[in-house]
Design a protein around this ligand. Sequence first.
Ligand SMILES: Cc1ncc(COP(=O)(O)O)c(C=O)c1O
Length: 393
Amino acid sequence: MKEDFLKYQAQTSPYPLALQISHAKGSYIYDTDGKAHLDFVAGVSACSLGHCHPKVVEAVQKQAETYMHVMVYGEYVQEPAVAYTKLLASLLPPSLETTYMVNSGTEAVEGALKLARRATGRSQLLAARHAYHGNTMGSLSVMGYEERKSAFRPLIPDVGFIRFNNQDDLEKITDKTAAVILETIQGGAGFIEPTNGYLKKVRQRCNATGTMLILDEIQPGFGRTGKLFAFEHYDCVPDILVMGKGMASGLPVGAFTASNELMSTLQDSPKLGHITTFGGNPVIASACLATLKEITETQLIADTLKKEALVRKLLKHRLIREVRGKGLMLALIMENAEIANHVILECAKRGLILFWLLFEPRAVRISPPLTMSAEEIESGCGIILEVLEGYKQ
Ligand SMILES: Cc1ncc(COP(=O)(O)O)c(C=O)c1O
């Protein structure tokens, strides 16, 4: 099967991990040899409720038996997406009332960028250095990492960059700027939090210049950082909120949310300003609804901060320079990239799944399911410490 995987499935790197999957349940993925792997990555922050959470599975099965796809986005009234977007609105500030559901994070970013241009009539987009927003042409254009973009130029025009957490650069936001797009906590860059009231200052500058503030919460959203959305930590409400990943606990989805007034600009001039066949798909929306209910009706979000404290307490070692991030969006910053690679690959052999971050080679990602137990966290951290102890410099 591995040979067929390498031959018939398009590859993204010369060195895929190529773990052969049998099934997955809770915090574990089982390979075809029957070995259990403790999952400290959760499909890169997507499996918020772990693998095959019974409530999500039940919701998906029930909806799949009822109807799966009946019409393109926006025409028919389909209960799962209506119930979901209504519940989401009840949990967000009043200005974030109306949601457009799409099929992936990058698509949600595309929709948000289009909405900002349409609503302001301006073209300039500003993003942060080392930002990651996805891989389609618009998202790629606002990626703050030239090495990953240059082969695909020309990208969309009128895009500029500011330094994340740098207040002097806020002067670049002017009355020509349609939108500033930022990750609330930078992911690929190394799990970098906004500091010194940065997001509030971005908000103020956007207010002063009539610029839309787009916050990309595709990774930190849905409880991962100890709040439903990370912007709640920083007292800054965006004009457009972008989400995905953990939203459906493992099914493909994305969405962008704005005020009803703002979102309504996609209805005319041109009409059908953004359309999609599968956005709001009822099976996916059922998974979203079951996930959101479980996250918000249990202690999971509050427990995330206790689990963060546990990881920070356990993972103290001379080779770990720093533990970055918030909640269960954490990264170990090692002394160098070689140690990070060693930890990830050696832990994999011992049944613990870890992963890299895109633009920070010294980082080891820890983003387990929010449902992971304290005992499982202790066991995984124990494996990391064992591997670090065995590391020969
Ligand atoms: C912050 C952020 N934005 C956008 C994306 C793109 O999402 P997707 O891979 O679903 O297109 C990701 C995915 O890693 C992300 O972490």
